[in-house]
Write a protein that binds this ligand. Structure first.
Ligand code: FDA
Length: 307
């Protein structure tokens, strides 16, 4: 499970400022976040699409504390979607959005975030593509699912994310496995208390497979987001057993993680989407990537010692 001490650093400005002084940080950031600007990210997305992959772009940032910042996030997504459409990429790309970046934690935040998310969904539809709402920590799970439900009433193509480590998720999968539902299933990346989330890797994996069964047996469009080779093999087996074919479900992986496997699955005919984050607010995202894999952390520490 993710390293708790590291996840705690995700909210520390001091740790971020210290890390920024180190050349090794930049190299690590580049591995997971290939661009700080929209233009750079769209360029990388175009390259991935040319290789036969799909992409979901995430403008990094979370926990907006000011209303005008939420407006800026919405405007950035509008500009991104416009650029994807202009470059003819909209069919193979979509956007991932965090509701806390759109103001979910502000007073009256659910309404504010819904308003901004609705506007992004509208722009995405005009551009010819879709939006997926990322899932954040458990304190916003219920609100995020309520916003998803509200958006789907107008934009049924809107996707959501469920985290297998949450005890509630098998039930959420049952609710969200109906026709038209687009659900990304991931293990979960936040530090959660034991009363809401499974603590051991084994329990999370069991929950993931149970959720996979529900989603793949259902009538929606499951998005299997994992790098875990065992779970990928199980997903492919279950998909076949339920008569699914590439195109009625997809695999998703993060930019910079198991890139050869992404290409191998795509070459075998699977639909594979790469999650591509960009922007300057990469600290929270980077600490989650370091926390979920000790090898990343030791690589980082070794680079620090030699810098
Ligand atoms: P696990 O962590 O067990 O890793 C399996 C194997 O994958 C490892 O042994 C290693 O080989 C490789 N691997 C995994 N993580 C790696 C890393 N950081 N660096 C290098 N190798 C790594 N979470 C969330 O809470 N909300 C969300 O909205 C999303 N969205 C999302 C989208 C997509 C497309 C993906 C792939 C993942 C997310 N996640 C997420 C993150 C997810 O919850 C989870 O933390 C990571 O995917 C790691 O879990 P795995 O399923 O890969 O398994």
């Amino acid at each position: 499970m993710p390293n708790r001490a590291l996840l705690a650093l995700a909210r520390s400005d001091r740790a971020r400022d210290l890390a920024l002084q180190l050349p090794a940080t930049r190299a690590m950031v580049r591995r997971f976040v290939p661009g700080e600007t929209r233009t750079a990210a769209v360029e990388v997305a175009a390259g991935l699409v040319a290789e036969g992959l799909r992409v979901t772009l995430d403008r990094l940032g979370e926990d907006t504390t000011e209303r005008r910042h939420a407006h800026r996030v919405e405007a950035e997504y509008a500009a991104l979607l416009g650029e994807l459409a202009r470059r003819g990429l909209a069919r193979h790309t979509e956007v991932s959005v965090k509701l806390t970046a759109l103001g979910l934690r502000l007073p009256g935040g659910e309404e504010i975030a819904t308003m901004h998310a609705r506007s992004i969904c509208e722009t995405a539809r005009t551009a010819g593509t879709t939006v997926t709402l990322d899932m954040e920590d458990h304190t916003v799970t219920a609100a995020t699912l309520r916003v998803l439900r509200a958006l789907r009433a107008e934009f049924p193509e809107t996707g959501g994310v469920l985290q297998a480590y949450l005890r509630r998720t098998p039930a959420d999968c049952r609710t969200l496995s109906g026709p038209g539902s687009r659900i990304r299933l991931c293990k979960g990346a936040y530090d959660e208390p034991a009363d809401v989330a499974f603590a051991s890797r084994h329990e999370v994996d069991l929950s993931y497979v149970a959720c996979l069964r529900t989603l793949l047996a259902g009538e929606g469009y499951p998005m299997v987001a994992t790098h875990d080779p065992r779970i990928i093999a199980i997903a492919r087996h279950l998909a076949e057993r339920h008569g699914r074919v590439p195109g009625d479900h997809e695999f998703q992986m993060l930019y910079g993680v198991r890139p050869d496997e992404q290409r191998r699955l795509a070459a075998e005919g699977e639909t594979v989407r790469v999650y591509l984050p960009y922007g300057e607010e990469w600290w929270g995202y980077l600490t989650r990537r370091l926390a979920e894999r000790p090898a990343n952390l030791s690589f980082f520490v070794r680079s620090l010692l030699s810098s």
